[in-house]
Ligand binder design. Structure first.
Ligand code: UDP
Ligand code: MG
Length: 326
């Protein structure tokens, strides 16, 4: 383990929830999360709600909880940074010995906490939820998700468990390692796998959203998939040379065929096939350039070294009281 300055660790448990346009679900979320936490660690837990630039009233709801209860911390990001960075913002502020990450939409049942804590007590460092069923999701989403996990597995050297989201319980030493990874294009579940240590799966049935609708449309899902592949694999770069060799071989075969025709007095003619070949080769070259571009662009963005997220406000009961006295 790397030597890091001693982090504040004065709670048994921190719960981190990224929130984006979830106003209709926050009260129910708090009710269920508070119930399981209070049963497990009465008065020794905190819930960090990270508002990721919601355009609805999510932040007002978060403030209402944070102002009223000592165990709730509201973190307001300056704008929408995306799920993975909102998660990073939450992890940056945890004070617990164990860290529980779940979605705000109650698709991940908080009631699994007890089982996860027991598994950690048995010596695990990470307990992740593995989905056995996904209620209320379209066949398209299920199909693309399944494909994605299998594709990722063939591309990466790190074993990233399939059908696993960010729903997990981690020990603080894992979280400290995560915080020490400065990358901007974050695929948190992959980064946790990369860390290693003892990781155990807990199967669960993924519920339907409690309220609202998914904030991961196809566009964002593809973005996350590209982040995942480029963060964990250079296979696409190697793919370029394989493609080059394959087309080179094809060219040599074609040349042999044309030469054979010429020798046997049958000159091959026609510009159409030539034009098609040029188009194919051209498109393959551009595609490979595009893959290079993905990596290069990411290197450029990483090289800037900008902060991963900007926090606008941290809301706790003390800060609300302080504002009231001023
Ligand atoms: N989320 C976020 N920022 C975003 C999109 C989503 O913080 O830009 C949060 C969202 O509020 C939820 C979690 O990330 O708590 C997962 O999002 P969602 O439920 O929309 O994804 P899905 O479960 O459909 O994959
Ligand atoms: Mg969801």
């Amino acid at each position: 383990m790397n030597a890091t300055p001693a982090p504040i660790c004065d709670r048994a448990l921190s719960v981190v929830v990224p929130v984006y346009n979830e106003e209709a679900g926050i009260d129910e979320l708090m009710r269920r999360v508070e119930a399981v936490c209070a049963a497990q660690y009465p008065d020794d837990y905190e819930i960090l709600l990270v508002n990721d630039g919601s355009s609805d009233d999510s932040w007002a709801h978060i403030c209402r909880h944070a102002d009223a209860k000592p165990h709730v911390v509201g973190i307001n990001l300056s704008r929408n940074h995306g799920h993975q960075l909102a998660l990073a913002a939450g992890l940056e502020h945890v004070r617990g010995e164990l860290v529980f990450v779940l979605d705000a939409d109650l698709q991940d049942p908080p009631e699994l906490l007890g089982e996860m804590v027991a598994t950690i007590a048995d010596g695990a460092d990470v307990v992740y939820g593995q989905r056995t069923a996904r209620a209320g999701e379209t066949a398209f989403k299920r199909g693309t998700a399944a494909l994605f996990y299998r594709f990722l597995q063939t591309m990466t050297d790190v074993a990233i468990p399939r059908d696993t989201g960010d729903f997990r319980l981690m020990t603080r030493r894992v979280v400290e390692q995560l915080k020490a990874m400065p990358e901007r294009y974050r695929f948190v579940r992959g980064m946790v796998s990369w860390i290693g240590l003892r990781q155990v799966a807990v199967p669960y049935e993924r519920d339907a959203r409690f309220a609202g609708q998914t904030n991961y449309p196809l566009r964002k899902m593809i973005g996350l998939a590209v982040d995942a592949v480029t963060s964990f694999s250079t296979v696409p770069l190697r793919f370029a040379s394989h493609l080059g060799m394959a087309f080179g071989l094809l060219g040599i075969l074609a040349l042999g065929w044309v030469g054979w025709g010429w020798l046997s007095g049958e000159a091959v003619q026609g510009w159409a096939s030539l034009a098609a070949l040029i188009l194919i080769i051209g498109s393959v070259q551009l595609m490979v350039l595009g893959v290079f571009g993905e990596y290069l662009g990411r290197m450029y963005m990483e090289a800037k070294g900008r902060p991963l997220f900007i926090v606008d406000e941290i809301r706790t009961r003390e800060s609300a009281e302080g504002a009231g006295n001023a």
